[in-house]
Design a protein around this ligand. Sequence first.
Ligand code: 2HG
Ligand code: ZN
Length: 466
Amino acid sequence: MHPELRSRLLAACGPGHLFDDPDLRSSYETDWTRRFSGKAVFVARPPDTAGVAAVVAACREFGVPLVPQGGNTGLVGGSIPRAGEAVLSLRRLDRIEDFDPIAGEVTAGAGVTLQALQEFVRPHGWDVGVDLASRASATIGGMVATNAGGVRVIRYGPMRHQVIGIEAVLADGAVLARLPGLLKDNTGYDLPGLLAGSEGTLAVVTRVRLRLIPARPARAVALLGLPSLAAALEVLGAVRRRAPGLEAAEVFFPEGLDLVLRHARLAAPFPRPHACYLLVECAGADDPAPALAAALESSVDPASVLFATSRADRDRLWAYRERHTEAISAEGIPHKLDVTLPASRLAGFEALVRARLAEAAPGTRPILFGHAGDGNLHVNILGAAPDDETPDDAVLRLVASLGGSISAEHGIGVAKKRWLNLTRGPADIQAMRAIKRALDPAGILNPGVIFDLEGLTPPARRREDG
Ligand code: 2HG
Ligand code: ZN
């Protein structure tokens, strides 16, 4: 590293927070799937926004591209280095500030984990609108940068909908400050909305002002065993119409449940297996259990439904769904295809995708699960070599042909950029490229994520001798 760059980075990060030792770097170099990894030239961990701005400015000057990283729970290779980038870790920006218990708003540093924020606001009667299984590690900055979804999108929308203000460092080191979070503020372009979901390619999110939702401690969960996904969607329709406060509607199948039972050492939920499982959760100010039970009464066999209301019992039912990712990972390195289908095509998609995979990539094992309420299925595939894109191609083309999206909530990263044009037209891609060029002309921020930009390469490194 150029000595001047090193001294500027050291000044920005402080001792012990700039390292290029391979042992210290390694946890920043592989993503959660283990399918994507790359060497970082160094890892910089600044403590605050000024430090992030100084790192970005110095790296731009010395031509070192940066990969912003939060909790490194991404699943599309978008938060780990690929070809000579440095990792800019935001984890030290972990302050929770300016909590407003009356308006239900809070400001979180990019490195605050979702769980830490939940634990901070819940005792005050508030909650965070987005919740997901990786809550202990996923950070608010990363969740905004990827517009994370999770299990409550049907009720509260994805992360972008929670954001009312953003502070971010632009590619030249300038700080974009839109933190006050006025609910009504039509003053020019909605830059916070643009940065949410930009996957670290346009700016580095440093702080976020979030709107909170009222905590709803009265909750009821039902887990149902059903003969098909079509039957599960029918039951879900009845719950939507009749039960108040539906917050989550998740599905999984026997092949995934078997992995969870084995790896998490859990007892099977029902004495006999079912072709599809539906988990629904309702929440409200009053106990939602009676209304949920009534909504299910006429459409399900009582022997195939389990109810839970206490925290411990609900967690026990949720474990069958939430532990899918880790159980699959314990089995091998999966290909993860996170797709949305139009509601009317979701049930048919299950059989189609299994058949398409059997034909295009025989011997691979599909494991399907996901957020039935918003048409989002996670097609995990085991048994394919990490660099064999045959199964990915087969699934994503099928999804596009059915009018779906090739990325529901995980982003494009590097994993899906090859297929961006399946569901985004030329004018759309052209506009996105123009935005990238305008905001990051030197290509310093997460290059190679979402798309490759010809002619937009980081500036030549300053020579070692300066
Ligand atoms: C979930 O819904 C996450 O649990 C992870 O989005 C999905 O592992 C996956 O494919
Ligand atoms: Zn998900």
